[in-house]
Design a protein around this ligand. Structure first.
Ligand SMILES: O=C(O)CCC(=O)C(=O)O
Ligand SMILES: [Fe+2]
Length: 403
């Protein structure tokens, strides 16, 4: 594949696309609300033996679920109370203990023990940070649109029409959307909070998890208390935009996120190899500071099957970061970041995911609604079918003439 030259040189496995996943906390909370409504495509031996354990497709809203808070359970007690409404009628009258067993078996099928241990460890990791880290700017931890965002952005979101969104958003290349978003004061404040966090990390010798599998520097904002604020950012700001521009990849059903900062420059990461994100929609906003270089390069949108296919010249697009300005793109839009040549560049990333879209994707083969390669395959099939029809018509015409 002809990728960006500098990226090919830097990476040890240049021929295959990297999937940039989060470190240790991938999709931790994505999917719990809808997963139990679907059966796995190929059931494990364990799940086959338990295939009699079926849940209702829709919750029984007349049923009043039990409280499980007093029990020591492997999963959060709230999940049991919610899940109880999905139990088959015969299970609603059995003892609480039997219900727990039944639901526990079902939940265990979806979250294997290794995964549960990892989630538990990550929860403990976060608790350790929250118990010891003293935030510098408490006002960052609660969403305040008037101080976080520029006025034009808030107004367009408040109007919440396609027209108002289009009035502030540009699409310099298909599928790449840019707009003025963050207030300079907010950028400065977030930069100093990140500095403060990193100072605490180094002074306390705390071993932190980096944001993803490709960056050696940067920090996960969700891990030091900003999760609730970033949830609001996704729910109230990214989702309304994604509903309009990324509907076909679950833009209207984004329900979990991974929020972090990446850092480039001297003593930090230099560039970022060609990759796709573990997200349906990615929000990338430059926070500053002074820098040169660091452009994003895009090379077309692809589904899993076509992720390593050639890109077309018209799919190449370079974007220069501007502090405060947001770039919004599909996670499957192949991209990377060129070397930051001088100064220090820090960007806020919010990988937004849709558990509903991920479930649906398992049953789909044709992604021509958004994958560039599926689209050209489809065009080719249509071209061949038209050519075959024309040949057939000509043949019949010939037959008629002879007759
Ligand atoms: O450095 C950038 O701006 C890109 C970061 C990115 O693509 C990512 O973290 O997934
Ligand atoms: Fe990325």
């Amino acid at each position: 594949m002809s990728l960006d030259g500098s990226v090919e040189r830097r990476r040890s496995e240049p021929s295959s696309m990297q999937i940039n996943g989060s470190n240790g906390n991938a999709n931790e909370n994505g999917g719990t609300s809808s997963m139990m409504l679907y059966s796995p495509t190929s059931p494990s031996p364990q799940s086959q033996s338990q295939s009699h354990q079926r849940l209702r497709l829709n919750p029984n809203t007349d049923h009043n679920p039990e409280n499980y808070e007093d029990l020591k359970l492997e999963f959060n007690p709230c999940i049991f109370s919610s899940l109880e409404r999905y139990l088959p009628p015969s299970m609603l009258t059995v003892t609480r203990q039997l219900k727990v067993q039944y639901m526990n078996d079902i939940l265990a099928r979806y979250l294997p023990q290794g995964e549960r241990i990892r989630v538990q460890r990550h929860r403990e990791y976060r608790q350790k940070i929250i118990a010891n880290y003293q935030p510098l700017h408490r006002e960052l931890y609660t969403m305040d649109p008037a101080t976080f965002f520029v006025q034009s952005f808030v107004e367009a979101i408040n109007k919440n029409t396609e027209e108002s969104l289009r009035s502030i958003i540009s699409e310099p290349s298909p599928g790449v959307y840019t707009f003025e978003m963050l207030h300079q004061d907010f950028c400065k404040m977030l930069l100093s909070e990140v500095d403060n966090f990193e100072k605490w990390v180094s002074e306390s010798n705390f071993r932190i998890m980096r944001p993803n599998t490709m960056n050696k520097y940067g920090a996960v904002l969700d891990d030091f208390g900003l999760e609730t604020m970033l949830d609001k950012l996704m729910d109230d700001f990214v989702r309304p935009i994604s509903k309009v521009f990324f509907h076909e990849v679950g833009g209207s059903t984004l329900d979990s996120h991974h929020g972090f900062v990446v850092e480039y420059g001297k003593d930090r990461d230099v560039d970022l190899g060609f990759h796709v994100d573990d997200s349906e929609v990615t929000l990338n906003v430059c926070l500053g500071k002074q820098f040169s270089g660091g452009d994003l390069f895009f090379r077309g949108i692809r589904c899993d099957k076509h992720v390593n296919t050639e890109s077309q010249p018209e799919e190449s697009f370079d974007y220069s970061h501007v502090p405060g300005q947001a770039v919004l793109h599909r996670g499957r839009h192949r991209h990377g970041a060129r070397a930051t040549k001088s100064g220090h560049r820090i960007n806020l990333l919010l990988w937004c995911r849709s558990s509903a879209f991920r479930e649906l994707k398992k049953y789909q083969k044709d992604f021509s609604a958004w994958c560039g390669e599926c689209q050209s395959d489809k065009r080719e099939r249509q071209r061949q079918s038209i050519a075959a029809t024309k040949r057939e018509l000509l043949r019949r015409e010939g037959d008629n003439t002879v007759a």
